[in-house]
Design a binder for this molecule. Structure first.
Ligand SMILES: Nc1nc2c(c(=O)[nH]1)N[C@H]1C(S)=C(S)[C@@H](COP(=O)(O)OP(=O)(O)OC[C@H]3O[C@@H](n4cnc5c(N)ncnc54)[C@H](O)[C@@H]3O)O[C@H]1N2
Ligand code: MOO
Length: 531
């Protein structure tokens, strides 16, 4: 049992906070956490990242902790074969690879910056590894390159959509001179002779008001022609002389009259294109005469979930596990503005994957799993067979580095020639946190581009504590905000979901890590409010 569970009323997210920055050691050695066998490769890399300052002679305890962490990780991996809860088979080889990877990272030439490759590559060859920021730029540009389209939807269906064209006033606002208050419309200086009747909101034309006269008027009613001001009821004196109205203060010309066109004139641009329609925009559009709005069509997305090991329901058994990505990605993609047309469970069948890719008419295909080079990792071979153009093929980011982006040809059976829509495929790694990293690194900028949205203004915040980095790659770490500072969460291993489920976003930790107080970018989740 996790001792955190004992703390009554503790916020779920806070319960996941890292203690004293022991990101790596916590996930491997803590007696209250299950051992994490499969993460030993990443773990060793992370741990060795901690060694670097020590080797470079940096002062402080980080390097010392790093040494301990690295030793713990290597021994955990090496002895893991005998510990069923640590993953059982495969531990020895994981550990060996881990050590090799780790040693490779220590070599000076390996410590060099990941080369940043520009989009296009040399004659369509693999484009990668690309650094994290570069990958996002390529994805955004790929989306922006797609042909802009517009569809008209009724106002009630436009919430959350993106304006495809500027919102232009279809009428003056207000569309007639309007009384801003309940009281009397008056003509000229007082006192005024009161005319019979009342002018109410929503009524048709009213007779002109003669100089020296007044008529009762309601807020929102049309100002009678020739009226010069509105006298509020509470400022009026009546009864001093029958039928005569006076003001208890000066009444400037135009007082409490909203003149026609005060807010806008017909044809004025009220909002630029590419604004997300929120409830206030709907109100403005309605006031300005709109019954429907021209919005950018939601990019159509198909999700192809790969892997023979996946179950749709029930408890894991016999090496089978629950599909965590189908249930997570559909609403997440929709929150990013996509319309998910289908989720298909393809298994590890290369032929089925190729047929699904070839036939799909979606703007974006998102695959999960199968991005690496294992015996049943079919994404790369299928893309090659389909003649797809790789735009990004692996990214300098942890987790998620095998993620990829490719431009696809026309769907099967589509007429040759003009009008062929551009289709893209984002390949997400199978490990769930790695898949989220791919979603936010490649799919989100691509979708924003397809929607005509500019890249978001980066949100930055200082980290509350030391966050270890990878020596060459960016790290994406689940985090929460507390009092303006970012706290990284534990359970951040590539195969884990606990951290991300409690998180408000992913902290973008630069190569080498972040020191307490360093500002880092945060990729906020669509459902978290700015803070
Ligand atoms: N020789 C190497 N092997 C691996 C490398 C590498 O660099 N060299 N990278 C590792 C990393 S990092 C990742 S991430 C994975 C990426 O692998 P794939 O994209 O091919 O994913 P799979 O092998 O299909 O699955 C990985 C892992 O995730 C689980 N998974 C897959 N789909 C789901 C799902 N829908 N819901 C829940 N879990 C899922 C799957 O069972 C595996 O455990 O490759 C490493 N290997
Ligand atoms: O760490 Mo992998 O990069 O789990 O995606």
């Amino acid at each position: 049992m996790n001792d955190m569970d004992d703390v009554d009323g503790m916020d779920d997210a806070l319960a996941l906070l890292l203690d004293e920055g022991h990101l790596v050691a916590e996930s491997v050695t803590s007696p209250v956490l299950p051992p994490v066998g499969g993460d030993s490769v990443d773990g060793v890399e992370d741990a060795l990242a901690l060694l670097k300052p020590e080797r470079a002679g940096a002062a402080g305890g980080v390097g010392v902790e790093g040494v301990a962490d690295a030793a713990v990780l290597v021994s955990a991996g090496a002895t893991g074969a005998g510990a069923p809860s640590a993953g059982g088979r495969g531990q020895d080889s994981d550990a060996a690879e881990g050590v090799e990877d780790a040693l490779a990272l220590l070599a000076p030439e390996q410590g060099a910056e990941t080369p940043r490759t520009e989009g296009g590559g040399d004659g369509g060859g693999p484009v990668g590894p690309v650094d994290w920021a570069g990958a996002r730029e390529i994805a955004a540009a790929a989306g922006q390159d797609a042909r802009p389209r517009t569809e008209r939807v009724p106002l009630a269906a436009a919430l959350g959509r993106v304006l495809a064209e500027p919102l232009v006033a279809l009428c003056d606002l207000p569309s007639f001179d309007t009384s801003a208050m309940d009281g009397w419309a008056v003509a000229g200086p007082g006192p005024w002779t009161v005319r019979d009747g009342s002018v109410l909101a929503g009524r048709g034309a009213v007779a002109p008001l003669e100089d020296g006269t007044a008529v009762r008027i309601a807020t929102g009613a049309r100002i009678p022609p020739e009226a010069t001001a509105v006298l509020r009821s509470e400022h009026a004196r009546t009864g001093e002389r029958p039928g005569l109205l006076a003001a208890d203060r000066g009444l400037p010309h135009g007082q409490d009259v909203r003149p026609r066109g005060q807010e806008c004139r017909t044809g004025d641009r009220l909002l630029p294109a590419a604004r997300v329609v929120n409830p206030a925009v709907l109100g403005l559009a309605a006031a300005a005469g709109y019954d429907e709005l021209g919005v950018v069509p939601r990019p159509g997305v198909e999700v192809l979930v790969l892997g023979d090991e996946l179950l749709a329901t029930g408890l894991p058994y016999d090496g089978l596990i629950r599909d965590a990505l189908g249930p997570m990605l559909v609403p997440w993609l929709e929150a990013l503005g996509a319309e998910v047309a289908a989720v298909r469970w393809i298994g590890d069948d290369a032929g089925a994957l190729r047929r699904a890719v070839a036939a799909s008419t979606a703007d974006l295909l998102v695959t999960t799993g199968g991005t690496a080079s294992g015996p049943v990792d079919h994404v790369h071979p299928v893309l090659r067979a389909e003649g797809a153009e790789p735009l990004v093929d692996s990214v300098g980011v942890r987790p998620g580095h095998p993620m990829l982006l490719a431009r696809l040809g026309a769907p099967l059976g589509s007429p040759a020639g003009t009008g062929t829509p551009v289709r893209h495929l984002v390949g997400l790694p199978g490990n769930p946190l790695a898949a989220v990293a791919g979603l936010l690194t490649l799919a989100e900028p691509l979708l924003r581009g397809l929607l005509g949205l500019a890249p978001p203004v980066p949100h930055r915040a200082p980290v509350d504590e030391e966050v270890p980095g990878h020596p060459r790659d960016t790290r994406l770490v689940p985090c929460v905000h507390r009092e303006g500072r970012l706290l990284p969460l534990r359970y951040h291993g590539p195969a884990m979901l606990r951290g991300i489920a409690a998180a408000e976003g992913l902290a973008v930790v630069p190569p080498g890590g972040a020191r307490p107080g360093d500002e880092v970018e945060v990729l906020r989740f669509p459902w978290t409010t700015p803070g």
